[in-house]
Design a binder for this molecule. Structure first.
Ligand code: PHE
Ligand code: NA
Length: 449
């Protein structure tokens, strides 16, 4: 992101810079850590197909809507909503969309950093030779050993948080995004190697059937809401993050085409992660519903079993950490901006304050896996509560607000021109954004209550 964004409203130097930033935010732990274990918890292919439908019918239009509002408002999400509401003679209540977005970012980052810490811990394990000759039992023991130790989790959560605070405070985000141009494809290559390992593992056929041959009887309102919530999470929607990015977007950039690029990259990485992980699950008779530990109890088996696996494992967890960092930074930014704007603190101090607050909440999240595993709020651990509250509640509702405003409050003709659509295509766009996507969110939401 442009280094001096708080001082002058600079613009992206190129469409590529924008795509890198947006993809850096989108592609992260959501694709590689969360998506596979959610598939496993929801019973497989039916979840995958509903998820893909949510991405196409709801995620993509909301992504475009966030960019569109950001580009028009030219400010941070809260001020953008305030400004747009004023110029379109609407209630200032729309500002709530911006506020709940920042709250969502804060809650998500707290537990996201804990999982980023897990990836870092596995970098350490790879360096220490911990994957050598690992079988399924060994991989399980390695993971449970880590979870049982709050000190270890705290150490890596702290390192992860310190890294993002450092990057944001020093304003070197642009450099990180340029590095993404190299490192993201490298992550893709590693995933392909792991898919290759899966093909040879004997579990590939079972994995394909599991991922793509749906058993619709497993679908409940809960499963559909999980798929919808994850569509928001994975595309970084419903937090005003994409709206903030859109405020730096050049007038000439084609929103629909760019959104398609970002969505395809995000989806391909997520599916590849599924294709890498589930063959190992089935070849080793592991439980697909193992939950948040799924990638950590499966992939090390591959790294333990193939030639050069130690090095591959090291590279994989480094690249996963990197992907997590670029997403985490996009989560920290709106919180920092809010603190900077509403307090006398300068940017650097605001970064530290926002980072420390998030870090502290993260400690409660990491204790959910050990000391506080019995502490339940509404029947959920702190970690699960943070996850569910954001994905199933805050993000969909905030996204609903975004799309309703974009579809009903903006001037129709100017939107049509901005999207470069003819009359026919525009009526499809209108049907989707005015009715289909909002109805989808509402129906899923209420049917799961
Ligand atoms: N989209 C990121 C991922 O899939 C997570 C994220 C969510 C980042 C929300 C920013 C905002 O890992
Ligand atoms: Na993602």
């Amino acid at each position: 992101m442009t280094a001096n964004r708080t001082h002058s409203h600079a613009q992206w130097s190129s469409r590529l810079g924008f795509v890198l930033a947006a993809t850096g935010s989108a592609v992260g732990l959501g694709n590689i850590w969360k998506f596979p274990y959610m598939i496993g918890q929801s019973g497989g292919a039916a979840f995958v197909l509903i998820y893909l439908l949510c991405i196409a019918m709801i995620g993509l239009p909301i992504l475009v809507a966030e960019w569109m509002l950001g580009r028009r408002g030219q400010k941070n999400p809260i001020n953008t909503m305030s400004e747009l509401a004023r110029t379109h003679k609407r209630s200032q209540a729309w500002v709530l969309v911006g506020v709940s977005g920042v709250l969502g970012a804060f809650l998500i980052l707290s537990f996201y950093s804990v999982i980023g810490g897990w990836a870092l811990a596995y970098v350490g394990d790879a360096i220490g030779g911990g994957f050598r000759g690992l079988d399924a039992d060994g991989a399980g023991a390695l993971f449970t050993g880590m979870l049982a130790n709050p000190g270890v989790l705290l150490l890596w959560h702290t390192v992860f948080m310190a890294l993002i605070i450092g990057v944001v405070a020093m304003g070197v985000i642009g450099g990180l995004e340029r590095a993404a141009k190299l490192l993201m494809p490298a992550l893709g290559v590693l995933l392909v190697i792991l898919v290759g390992y899966g093909m040879a593992s004997g579990g590939f056929g079972a994995a394909l059937a599991y991922l793509f041959n749906p058993d619709w009887s497993l679908v409940t309102g809960e499963v559909v809401l999980a798929a919808l919530g994850h569509a928001f999470f994975t595309l970084s929607l419903g937090m005003g993050i994409m709206m903030a990015y859109g405020s730096y977007l050049d007038r000439k950039v084609d929103l629909l085409r760019t959104a398609r690029t970002v969505v395809i990259m995000d989806t391909v990485i997520a599916i590849a992660a599924g294709l890498a992980i589930f063959p190992i699950v089935f070849a080793n008779n592991l439980d697909p519903g193992a939950g948040p530990g799924l990638i950590f109890v499966t992939l090390p088996i591959a790294f333990g079993g193939i030639a050069g696996g130690a090095l591959l494992g090291l590279m994989f967890f480094l690249l996963l950490t990197f992907a997590a960092l670029t997403s985490a930074i996009s989560l920290l930014e709106p919180i920092v901006e809010l603190v900077e704007e509403r307090t006398p603190l300068n940017r650097r101090a605001a970064t530290v304050v926002a980072g420390l607050a998030t870090w502290a909440l993260g400690i409660a999240a990491l204790l959910s896996f050990n000391a506080w595993s019995e502490v339940l709020i509404f029947g959920l651990t702190v970690f699960d509560l943070l996850d569910q509250l954001t994905s199933k509640f805050l993000l969909p509702l905030t996204g609903l607000g975004v799309i309703l405003f974009a579809a009903w409050c903006l001037d129709k003709e100017s939107v049509r021109k901005e999207l470069g659509l003819g009359a026919g295509a525009f009526s499809v766009w209108q049907a989707v954004t005015r009715f289909i996507a909002p109805a989808g969110v509402l129906i899923v939401f209420f049917s799961s209550l």
